[in-house]
Each structure stands twice: as C-alpha cells, then as structure tokens.
Design a protein around this ligand. Sequence first.
Ligand SMILES: NC(=O)c1ccc[n+]([C@@H]2O[C@H](COP(=O)([O-])OP(=O)(O)OC[C@H]3O[C@@H](n4cnc5c(N)ncnc54)[C@H](OP(=O)(O)O)[C@@H]3O)[C@@H](O)[C@H]2O)c1
Length: 287
Amino acid sequence: MIRNLQDRIHIAGGVEMPGFGLGLYKAKAGEEVYRAVRFALDAGYKHIDTATFYKNEADVGRAIKDSGVPREELFVATKLWPTDFPNARETFEKSLVALGTEYIDLYMLHWPGTDEVLRYRAWDTILGLREKGLIHATGVSNFIADQLADMKKQTGEFPANDQVELHPWFQQRELRSFCKKNGISVTAWGPIFHGHLSEEPLMEEIGGHYGKTAAQATLRWHIQNEIVVIPKSVHQERIISNADVFNFELSAEDMERIDALDGKQRFSWDSTKFDGDAEKARKNANK
Ligand SMILES: NC(=O)c1ccc[n+]([C@@H]2O[C@H](COP(=O)([O-])OP(=O)(O)OC[C@H]3O[C@@H](n4cnc5c(N)ncnc54)[C@H](OP(=O)(O)O)[C@@H]3O)[C@@H](O)[C@H]2O)c1
C-alpha cells in the first residue's frame, strides 16, 4: 500500500508508477489545465494522467516545463483513442511534441475498440516504441478480462496496467482479481464517483468519523485496496486536500460498509461495443 503522494508501485517491465496522480478529463484546455498541473506539481504530485482525447496535452507540457520539476521525477501517462489506431505512430509523436517530452512513462490504448485487427496493429506499434525506449510501460484502458486474456493470447504478454472505471458504486472485483493474478496493475478512473460524490451520503458520514471529507474517505478506500487513483480537480484547495489521505486509516468495518455499495451505478460505455465514436455513443446512451 502506498504511504505518501510520491510512493511508487512496481508494474510490469520494471517500471515504477506513483500510486496517486492528477486526472485531467474535462479540465478545460488552456489556463485551466495549465494551472491545475502547476497546483498539483507544487503540492508534490508526480503522476499526471492525460489523453489525446482530452485535447490538453500541450497545456500539460507547458506546465511541466514551467514547473522546473525534473522530468525524471515525473510520471506522464497518455492514451491513444481508437479512431487514431490506424495512425498510432504519428499520433504518439504528436503527443511527445505536445507534452514536450522525449518519452512517455505509460502509454495506453484508451479503449479496446471493436476492430481487433486495428487494435493489435496499434499495439504492435506501441511495442515497437517501447523497444526504442520512447515508451516505458505499455498499458490499456477500459479492457474487460476477456480482452486482456485475448491480448495475452495474441501477443504473448499482458499489458502492464489497465485503467478502468472504478469507485465504490462500481468496484470491478472480478477484473481486479484477474489483474492481480496476472500481474496487471489497476488504475481507477472516476475514483471519486466521476463527479457524483455528493450523491453518496455514506462517504461523507464515514469521512466525518476521521475528520476527513467524503473525497478523502473514498480515495483512502482505494489506497487500502491497492488501487492506483487519479482524481481530477482543477481547484487548488481540492488538489491539495484530495492528496491529504496518508495520515488516517479506514477501519475494517468502514471498508466493509463501503464494499457494500457495489453495484449501485456505473458511468462508462460498454467496452465490447464502443468503437471510439464518442458522439454516437452519447446519442445511443440518451435513447
Ligand atoms: N480511461 C478512461 O476512459 C477515463 C475515463 C474517465 C476519466 N479518466 C481519467 O481519470 C481521471 C479521474 O476521473 P474523472 O475525472 O472521470 O472523475 P473523478 O476524479 O472521480 O471526479 C472528478 C469530479 O469530482 C470533482 N471533485 C474533485 N475533487 C473533489 C472534492 N474534493 N470534493 C468534491 N468534488 C471534487 C471534480 O470537480 P472540480 O474539477 O471542479 O474540482 C470533478 O467534477 C480523469 O480526469 C481522467 O484523467 C479516464
């Protein structure tokens, strides 16, 4: 279990990943992202999670450069969107330029996509970039266990990390145990309920027992379950307070009460059907 904001976990390929990071989905490109990353780096965060889909890599790169934090102290994660699978190499190179870096610590397929030929062709490109040292760890996101198993079958290895929706309402227990068995680390996206934190009164109640907020209690639940977290905020006070989770411990009883929330709600698309057309998926979800 990580003990502070800089603590790293070992992931496949000999890479060490800080177990706590800043997420940037829906942070507005420009000053909002730039300031959030600066706040996080000032607060001691070492892990930044972005994606080409978020359209904010250049602001992340600018903030990292201006922060003066040495690149080797940081862990920068970004992702390849399914519609970019046919242009994996070019898209990766654009990410490098935007982020102002010579390598990416963790590069992920953002979704499996529905075209397996394109998926594995993109993955092959990623493995080649890893060979060249341009990517340190190769990961995926939103892969279910069957898709991870298929990757092993097709390519001979599992990805180092799977980043999936995971929070007390959607605990992904089967996937977590599959990943644990196969040496795949798990990162939670939406760790504090993907913006719905205030709708779960139990977190505030439990946080209150420890003089902590609902967000802190939720993040602590992840940490005690050895799940990597990347909560998103663009507000300095939240960025600081979200990371203030290393000076208390949830009791076994409180962990169990949170465990009992599983199954209430999930927010993600279906990983076996989503082809990367976000607009189409949103329309279908609203039907
Ligand atoms: N791989 C994927 O497909 C995928 C999908 C979604 C997300 N992600 C990654 O995972 C990261 C985290 O997930 P997420 O952004 O979906 O959800 P999240 O981190 O669970 O929740 C973010 C929301 O919580 C608010 N918030 C932050 N701190 C708070 C606090 N202390 N009290 C109350 N509200 C608080 C944020 O608002 P403010 O910013 O206004 O504070 C924002 O609305 C993303 O940013 C992204 O990097 C990946």
